[in-house]
Design a protein around this ligand. Sequence first.
Ligand SMILES: [Cu+2]
Length: 207
Amino acid sequence: MSGSTRSDFASVWSLYLWIGIGVAVLVLAAILFAVVRYRDRPGRVASGPDERTAVEIGAAVVILAIVALLVFRTFHTEAEEDNSSATDAVRIEVDAFQWGWKFTYPGQGVTVIGNNDREPNFAVPAGRRVSFALTSSDVIHAMWIPEQRFKKDAIPHRVNHFDMEFEELGREQGLCSEFCGFRHSGMRFGVLVMSDKGYGRWLATHR
Ligand SMILES: [Cu+2]
């Protein structure tokens, strides 16, 4: 992880965006050129098929290179978030259920639980690595924190491990992003990003 989860994924996203814009400009320019340059005129007849192997191979190589770059950057960033090796990380176990969330801090004696009627809020210290262990008690849910550009499935009988790093102090809205039944849309939670001191106080008051 080179920076916060948000900045890591934002840089992947902007790479996709700029390559997408570049490709769109090239394709539209080629179409416009063909439309204007080879438009219908009196006496003009359509040309037959024209093979230019070198140009076609060149285009294929460029496309493959772009795809390879995007796949590498995506999986590389993803792998960094999946790497739960830091020993000083804050550990949080997340259990998703219909329709709410349970956040447990192992060894701290702190558990926060909430549902549609009372949205749970859990705290994390800013600038520190937070290791999540995410699972589900019933059906498949997904833990989504749009501010962080991050989403992970919560699957029954399976634990997904991932790390995140939060930067800005404040509250970030989280929600379930996998349709999971009647009250799915109300399955929300809050992430309270705090200073180290504030986080310590929060833990103490939630024991
Ligand atoms: Cu859900």
